[in-house]
Design a protein around this ligand. Structure first.
Ligand SMILES: [Cu+2]
Length: 380
């Protein structure tokens, strides 16, 4: 039992090491980032496949790999059709119109598509997507809006959109209530409530396959300040587009994982899909402005995931459904699948520089789930 567990762990490591080797360590960003010399003989042998053994990884990457366990090179964002950095701030607010009763109607169009995506340099994954991206579009609405989501299934399997939030049974996105055959269409319609940091995902069986293949996305409902007079300032700061909201740097992060060999274990972990992306492309943060992260865990196969922030502490709003923190002054938070929340923190009193964040399951970090904030005084 113990031995087979050990072997699996080693082979998961082997995959990433082989990705390092496949990209050629000699001219490597990894070596640069880690400030260490790359071995001269690191380029070729043993790099043949994504399923490389520990032996191959050890032979190629050698002991140098121990200090700089990140993949080398970049995935082709253009080919993927999405960029993990752009996804941090790329909200879809829908087509807005007015209903006869004066309420706001927000309409979205979402299409399910099969698509091969690159999750580490050279490592391709046969994803099922919403609108061609993993995670799907980050929908952002305001509490009390009427929402209309036109869902078309352009994929090869039945799919649905199951929204976390409050809605009728008919709109639940489960078999018999919005599970849609390939080529068919369904319109989900419901009111946006409660405010918070939510998600949507496919609810077609087998659920773990459909979710893990990439069918999930953020669904954020901003509070309507007029409904929360006791916390109106906090509500305004959360409402996209207000002057108070513009004082914040907001990022949406979806923690996900990929089982590249379909053995019900993830080989790659990430935020916004591409392993190690935010190590190579640190998130730009202006020191003077507070940071708010909408954090969502959709990782399949592992019971929990987590975020740990270096050299800092944050307040946390579990599910984002309150305007006062549910946990104060922590540097780590864990989430089971579909759990999510809002983190608020500031680097105002910090030195400028690079501050790491990562899963505090150390292995997840090594397999892709780590990144950096690049804190600066901004550009004049
Ligand atoms: Cu599905």
């Amino acid at each position: 039992m113990h031995r087979s567990w050990l072997r699996q762990r080693l082979s998961r490591r082997g995959l990433i090491i082989s990705s390092i080797a496949a990209a050629g360590l000699s001219a490597s960003g990894a070596a640069l980032l880690a400030g260490r010399a790359a071995p001269k003989d690191a380029s070729a042998s043993g790099a043949a496949s994504g399923g490389a053994s520990l032996h191959a990884g050890h032979a190629v990457a050698g002991h140098e790999a121990h200090g700089n366990m990140i993949s080398v090179g970049d995935v082709d964002n253009a080919r993927n059709g999405f960029d993990p950095t752009a996804m941090l701030t790329n909200w879809e607010t829908g087509a807005v119109s007015q209903l006869p009763d004066g309420r706001t109607l927000r309409s979205f169009e979402i299409t399910a598509l099969d698509k091969e995506i690159e999750i580490l340099p050279g490592i391709l994954f046969p994803a099922w997507t919403y609108n061609g991206r993993v995670p799907g579009p980050a929908l952002r609405v305001t509490e009390g809006d009427r929402l209309r989501i036109v869902f078309r299934n352009g994929g090869s399997h039945p799919h649905s959109m199951h929204f976390h939030g409050i809605h009728s049974a008919r709109m639940d996105g489960v078999p018999g209530a919005g599970l849609i055959a390939p080529g068919a269409e369904f319109v989900y319609e419901f009111d946006a409530r409660p405010f918070g940091c939510h998600l949507y995902h496919c609810h077609a069986p087998p659920l773990k396959r459909h979710i893990h293949k990439g069918m999930y996305g953020p669904f954020v409902i901003d509070p309507d300040p007029s409904r929360h007079p006791e916390h109106a300032a906090a509500a305004r700061s959360r409402l996209l587009g207000t002057p108070e909201n513009k004082e914040w740097q907001e990022f949406v992060m979806v923690m996900n994982g990929f089982d590249t060999n379909f053995d019900d274990e993830n080989e790659v972990y990430a935020v916004n899909t591409v392993g190690h992306h935010f190590m190579k492309h640190p998130i730009q943060v202006e020191r003077a402005k507070p940071v708010r992260i909408y954090l969502i865990n959709v990782t399949e196969f592992d019971p929990i995931n987590s975020l740990h922030l270096h050299a800092n502490f944050f307040d946390y709003y579990d599910h984002g459904t309150t305007l006062t923190p549910t946990i104060e002054t922590v540097d780590t938070v864990m989430q089971c699948q579909a759990q999510r929340g809002i983190l608020e923190f500031t680097f105002k009193e910090h030195e400028v520089g690079l501050y790491m964040f990562h899963a505090h399951q150390s292995e997840f970090a090594e397999l892709g789930w780590m990144g950096m904030f690049d804190v600066t005084d901004g550009v004049a």
